[in-house]
Write a protein that binds this ligand. Sequence first.
Ligand SMILES: Nc1nc2c(ncn2[C@@H]2O[C@H](COP(=O)(O)OP(=O)(O)OP(=O)(O)O)[C@@H](O)[C@H]2O)c(=O)[nH]1
Ligand SMILES: [Zn+2]
Length: 377
Amino acid sequence: MAGRRTYDERDVRVRPGRGSRPRTKQRPEHADADRALVVAVDRGRYGVLVDPDGPDERRATAMKARELGRERVVPGDLVDVVGDTSGAEGSLSRIVRITQRRTVLRRTADDADPVERVIVANADRLVVVTAMADPEPRTRMIDRCVVAAYDAGMDVLLALTKGDLADPEPLVALYRPVGVEVVVTRREVDADGTRRIVGLDALRAALAGRTSVLVGHSGVGKSTLVNALVPDALRAVGAVNDVTGRGRHTSTSAVALRVPDAGAPTWVIDTPGVRSFGLAHVEPGHLLGAFADLAAVAEACPRGCTHAADAPDCALDEWVAAATGDEREARAARVGSFRRLLASRLGTTDADADPTPAAPTTADDGPDARGPAGADG
Ligand SMILES: Nc1nc2c(ncn2[C@@H]2O[C@H](COP(=O)(O)OP(=O)(O)OP(=O)(O)O)[C@@H](O)[C@H]2O)c(=O)[nH]1
Ligand SMILES: [Zn+2]
């Protein structure tokens, strides 16, 4: 996936201010702007880190400059800010530019909003947190996440929690062939009754130096992982909420948190309430791009081949048939995995969708604000 660019509806150059306002010398370049990382978004206020990972790093609050119009600004965005970027109490800066995004992750469109809106920018990796039991893993949901991530130019880490409750091997076997890295964590209780999570080092190593988006259904142990990785997560989220003027425990929008002790700068973006991703825009050919070996084979397909199981003369079938023994089985498994993901993109029903209504998500800002956004689809 590396190097592939993805674009979205706002990945265009920001228009200079319209109308009759005279342009000052500084507009639209804002040569004096500071670079900042958006870590939280809340009702038109943006928690940003100015000079992220630099010597003058500071937390500040920003609003969108008028010239950005309805352009969405999301966690993970690298932006240019002007005005009072000191971060002093009560200070407010303005976001004047959004730098071009390396990746964009969109949430599912719903009936009320046919647009699959960007929810996180510039993340490298999607971490699908799935419990081995309580609640049971839903492979359909994992497949959808894998497709969304691959389409967004991100790779996937499957974080299997509660490894103490069930054997992770069957799930590992299902996802390794599609290029998904897997980390298993489990809880252990010491003789003195102390509980601790085992497997954190492997998880931290898998996250190191990158920006990862964590998703998972309620109860899978996502908070447990975030709190273990980011010991002051609650405080960090609280600080963001203080900055953005909302209560400590009310934030339901995505927040970016720095993972300490991981070596290189490492971020996780927690996404409460986001449980499914838009796939409607995903091109089957684009999905194939995540399977380099199969993409090469499929160059021999008839024009317009869907590569689905029922596609006539699909070269993937010939490729499987051309091998014998174990190799043939391995190829069949690989093609089967790809087609399973393809079907989850093409399918219109989600057999094991979460039966409970989605938690309201208020990650949207300002006039774009929507109601429940995380509905499984
Ligand atoms: N047995 C076992 N239980 C775990 C493990 N990790 C977390 N739990 C428990 O699973 C329950 C849910 O964990 P949370 O971290 O709150 O899950 P969550 O995904 O954040 O869920 P929400 O807070 O509802 O979004 C809690 O009772 C945890 O103690 C684990 O590795 N093994
Ligand atoms: Zn084909």
